[in-house]
Design a protein around this ligand. Sequence first.
Ligand code: 2HG
Ligand code: ZN
Length: 482
Amino acid sequence: MPATATHPDLLEKIAVAVGAGAIEADPAAMAPWLTDWRGRYTGRALAIVSPRDAAGVQAVVRIAGAAGIAIVPQGGNTSMVAGATPPVDRPAILLSLRRMTRIRALSPEDGIAVAEGGVILADLHAAAEGIGRRFPLSLAAKGSATIGGLIATNAGGTQVLRFGTMRSLVLGIEAVLADGSLFEGLSALRKDNRGYDLRQLLAGSEGTLGIVTAASLRLVPAAARRAVGWVGLGSPQDALTLLRQLEDALGDAIESFEILPRDALALVLAHIPGTRAPLAEDHPWQVLVEATAPASGGDIAEMLTASLAQAIDSGLARDATVAASEAQAEALWKLRESVSEAERVDGAAAKHDVSVPVSAMPAFLHLARGQVEAAFPGARVLAFGHLGDGNVHFNVRPPTGDTGWFAREGGAVSRFVHDLVMAEGGSISAEHGIGQLKLAEFVRTADPVRLAAMRAIKAALDPRGLLNPGKLLPLAEIGPAQ
Ligand code: 2HG
Ligand code: ZN
């Protein structure tokens, strides 16, 4: 698509509104932002436009809208479902929030941070720490994922067990809507019952209803101490029993409870430099558990160690270690957070981000694995993640050495896995969203009432289908831009 030749006026108008320095139309410079993190989708853009403020975003949306050009919002480009990759079949502006990095306010009294859409999660963590508070959402991509994208996808991560997903941490939102108007919903009132909750409608809308330019976010007291343990177990059922025992003993100090099968640890040790096995022996399943406590809350490491020792004595756990230093805690977290990257380095995988009721997860893991392996001989299931939330990444890797398998069987495997999940009353997207990757499967499996309501909302707020087309809802159902 000869971008600048086809739409020179458009880019000129945008340059007048936000400055020529905010526009990048060089194909080589744009390339890294046009392909998704796993390298499965590559889109096209007339230009990447990076405004500095909400007024700039409004101007770009208005100018592009007047020309019928789509807008694809993007933060750190870490979507697992190609939710921020532009389309190939219609002209689009890639609207990057990466220059909107201001933390507008930090209030320890209100327990609130007001951060712009392009603020990187790790930077928000640091800023909150600076005032003795904590923003309690974390995930492996924290060094690049941005607040706007985390809200747009209602991100989960590794602390959902205690603090919920992004939705439960968002108190207010400022967003540019499809007509260029600004929804000024930053006021972080704890109580506000003026009808529809637009904030929560925008959270998880994947950029299809508005572009999040800033948010008021809930901060929690900083944890004075944390204890991180690694446990070897025989089965997911034992892991779940252990979680409930730890909760009985330590209450809501338990923040993370992440499960990994033997193969996931092996992949990390093989592909991620500087990692080593935390336990002397290899176990079929492993759990990373993190507990935190305030200064007055007793020695949390001692409490976790005692509970894990009891679990070993009773035969529930096979082995365990508790980090003796912050460096050891980081090393354990690195093992967990590197699974996705190790799997990516290893090669293609059919990825399924699924949830079922927590109590049903152990049986689901066992039965679904058996059924997938029977139906797709040689396929290797790698299911890991957030056991305490009833959400695992039920990924399926090709038979060893079969390079054509993914293209041949990937779609059928995904339909097979999703059918098993739906039969359990589960969700085919627990935390990554729908984006492009899950779109066909979402439409195939979704309740028609849910789909109709979503289409009606989209049609009301973005009747021309200009915002992030081709994500979440199929284009044909909204109608192309005029
Ligand atoms: C995680 O929990 C992420 O590590 C990524 O959500 C999961 O790569 C995946 O399938
Ligand atoms: Zn996850």
